[in-house]
Ligand binder design. Structure first.
Ligand SMILES: CCCCC/C=C\C/C=C\CC/C=C/CC(=O)SCCNC(=O)CCNC(=O)[C@H](O)C(C)(C)COP(=O)(O)OP(=O)(O)OC[C@H]1O[C@@H](n2cnc3c(N)ncnc32)[C@H](O)[C@@H]1OP(=O)(O)O
Length: 263
């Protein structure tokens, strides 16, 4: 993978007071420990500055995020893997449970953890193109953690979520629109950001405390479930990583990604 140039995230505040959080880990914004830590710090910053809203996007021209960095899970140092997983949990708790308004401008592919980040926002606009979005874990022989599933069930109807999760369905932009996995499509990144801003402006006349408490109450179930089961969730993740069969399939998966990239 290419060496990192520049900061892993960019956090800027526009003239309307909207925070734009841009993931910047070329080539595919795979979520390693350091990127997750930086996303977490930026979410803290947005909350601390009482910014009214945030748009999550990517600096890549074709990938929103490739999901978790496979290299964090392949033959890992178990202490780092534990910190990696708890940092991912923290990021999800901060994003899914945030009181400020959140939207994702999905400017490219969003498999697995990339889909999770976008679904944790309140609104999704995806750029038209040959991009796909979804939770593909079962295709990799693994089970998405319960909170990944809960997040999908908060986004699309439960029947569709069950079907998508069990079949590892990767949705095209049109299919995602049809099922409600995304709210709008856009011609390019600028259009996606504009559409996210239009969504954010819908709240101009809604009292912000009422909005925030309503959001938190509606999202309370999945949040409490993870908060109560964090240790068990982490233990399950580490248990997976210790399984030689999982390590073997990871190795094969990495090879297949590399072969595809080399073509
Ligand atoms: C995968 C099995 C995990 C098993 C873990 C075990 C237990 C865990 C238990 C529970 C956790 C479960 C939760 C998992 C959630 C996840 O997010 S897993 C990650 C799933 N992500 C993917 O499957 C996406 C794979 N990537 C792609 O499909 C494509 O790269 C893309 C995103 C569609 C982009 O395509 P594009 O053509 O633009 O790029 P390339 O494919 O050429 O890739 C460039 C470069 O980047 C490397 N790479 C791609 N994805 C990842 C990644 N997720 N992690 C690390 N590296 C990645 C790719 O190998 C290329 O590298 P290079 O050859 O060195 O250039």
């Amino acid at each position: 993978m290419a060496a990192q140039a520049g900061p892993l995230v960019d956090l800027s505040i526009d003239n309307d007071g909207i925070a734009i959080l841009t993931m910047n880990r070329p080539p595919v914004n795979s979520l390693n420990l350091e990127l997750l830590e930086e996303i977490g710090k930026s979410l803290d910053e947005v909350a601390k500055n009482k910014t009214k809203s945030m748009i999550l996007t990517s600096s890549s021209p074709s990938v929103f995020s490739a999901g978790l960095d496979i290299m964090e899970m392949y033959k890992p140092d178990l202490k780092r893997a534990e910190i990696f997983w708890t940092t991912l949990q923290d990021v999800w708790i901060k994003l899914f449970g945030s009181s400020y308004i959140t939207a994702a401008a999905i400017n490219g592919h969003a498999p697995a953890g990339g889909c999770l980040l976008s679904m944790s926002c309140e609104y999704r606009v995806m750029v038209e193109g040959k991009y796909t979005i979804g939770l593909n874990e079962t295709a990799l022989g693994i089970v998405a953690p319960t909170w990944f599933m809960d997040t999908m069930c908060h986004t699309i109807p439960i029947r569709q979520a069950e079907y998508a999760l069990t079949t590892a369905r990767m949705f095209t932009v049109d299919e995602a629109l049809q099922v409600g996995l995304i709210d709008e499509s856009a011609s390019d990144k600028a259009d996606a950001i504009d559409k996210c801003k239009k969504f954010i402006r819908k709240f101009d006349k809604i009292p912000s405390l009422a909005r925030a408490v309503t959001k938190q109450k509606i999202r309370e179930g999945p949040l409490v479930r993870l908060q109560k089961n964090r240790q068990q969730d982490t233990a399950e993740f580490l248990g997976f990583l210790k399984n030689p069969k999982i390590q073997q399939s990871l190795e094969m998966y990495i090879q297949s990604l590399k072969q595809k990239a080399a073509k």
